[in-house]
Design a protein around this ligand. Structure first.
Ligand SMILES: NC(=O)c1ccc[n+]([C@@H]2O[C@H](COP(=O)([O-])OP(=O)(O)OC[C@H]3O[C@@H](n4cnc5c(N)ncnc54)[C@H](OP(=O)(O)O)[C@@H]3O)[C@@H](O)[C@H]2O)c1
Length: 298
């Protein structure tokens, strides 16, 4: 939700846009408009974008709706990302897939995103991946310039290690590290990123919280089969669906992880919102952990 004091408060579930266009469901503009309105009706106003989604087309796809419906501008909260350079005919000058966090690239990316989305500011800008050539001072200066110009309200990063986060956060305030967290991707529980969010009071946001859908389909994998078995038992106990249990598992972490859900189906987005009300017990959480790892905790 947008606060009047100009700080960002994320919605309880963030709606990912990666699969809405040519990288997924390819919703037509009318269906996309319905999808956005339905999310807003659920109180989910946070939309997670990246310049690269749909090979640099998804922001403009979403922006078509915003341009037709200017009333949406005061209702939605936009996160987008920059810093990955993809090889695609839509960026013919890119010769090699690479990362770029230079001020020139950041500033130009923001201009492109504003134009494509049809908005006059971004709520949150994330650096999509840590650029091994990044200079934190230069990035902090670019962020300051964007903030002063009223083009971006707040900044964060994605897929940053603990030390990379620390390096930038001491120069410019970061509001999130968007990392991959799910029962099938548990690194964040070991690599210090979640601990860091807890100790700094930063809200982590979790991409692919359902393993990008693999958790429902990759059934030859014994670990997935075990997650499904325990997940279904818990779903029955709580009288909810498997995907809701899997989200409740992510939501239970004390850092207050906010899942960035990727479903293109509004009923599944609604189920995700409802999952915020499920309380798994400690033992239920660890039963899923045990299913995912294949062993009881040492
Ligand atoms: N920062 C990063 O590096 C990064 C990387 C990847 C993604 N992201 C962000 O994170 C968002 C979410 O990522 P994600 O899409 O991989 O997340 P996800 O929510 O883990 O996976 C979504 C996929 O799971 C399927 N799914 C959901 N519920 C299902 C169910 N009950 N049964 C069967 N299939 C089901 C969806 O299909 P349906 O559409 O049919 O429901 C969709 O294909 C993206 O949109 C993007 O905004 C960020």
């Amino acid at each position: 939700m947008i606060n009047t004091n100009n700080t960002i408060k994320f919605a309880p579930i963030i709606v990912g846009t990666m699969r809405l266009g040519t990288w997924g469901a390819n919703l037509n503009t009318k269906d996309l408009e319905r999808y956005i309105d339905a999310c807003l009706d659920l109180g989910l106003n946070d939309f997670d974008h990246a310049d690269i989604y749909g090979d640099y087309t998804e922001e403009a796809h979403f922006g078509e709706v915003v341009k037709r419906r200017p009333d949406l501008k005061s209702k939605i909260q936009i996160t987008t990302k920059c810093g990955i350079q993809l090889i695609t005919p839509n960026r013919a000058h890119h010769q090699l897939k690479s990362y770029n966090s230079t001020p020139a690239h950041i500033l130009q990316s923001v201009e492109n995103s504003l134009q494509a989305l049809g908005v006059d500011h971004l709520d949150v800008l994330l650096l999509h991946r840590p650029d091994f050539l990044m200079h934190p001072q230069a990035i902090a200066e670019a962020f300051e310039q964007l903030k002063t110009a009223g083009k971006v309200r707040a900044f964060g990063v994605s897929n940053f290690t603990k030390s990379q986060f620390e390096m930038l956060h001491q120069l410019t305030p970061l509001i999130t590290n968007q990392i991959e967290v799910s029962l099938t991707h548990r690194n964040a529980f070991f690599d210090g990123t979640l601990d860091q969010c807890l100790s700094l009071g930063i809200t982590p946001t979790a991409w692919s919280p359902l393993g990008g859908g693999a958790i429902f389909t990759d059934t030859d994998n014994p670990r997935i089969a075990a997650i499904q078995k325990v997940g279904h038992q818990l779903a029955e106990t709580h009288n909810v669906s498997l995907d809701q249990i899997l989200l409740a598992w992510v939501l239970k972490h004390p850092s207050g992880i906010i899942p960035v859900v990727g479903s293109t189906k509004i009923e599944r987005v609604a189920a995700a919102k409802a999952a915020t009300q499920i309380q798994l017990s400690h033992e239920q959480w660890y039963a899923l952990w045990e299913a995912a790892t294949g062993a009881e905790v040492p």
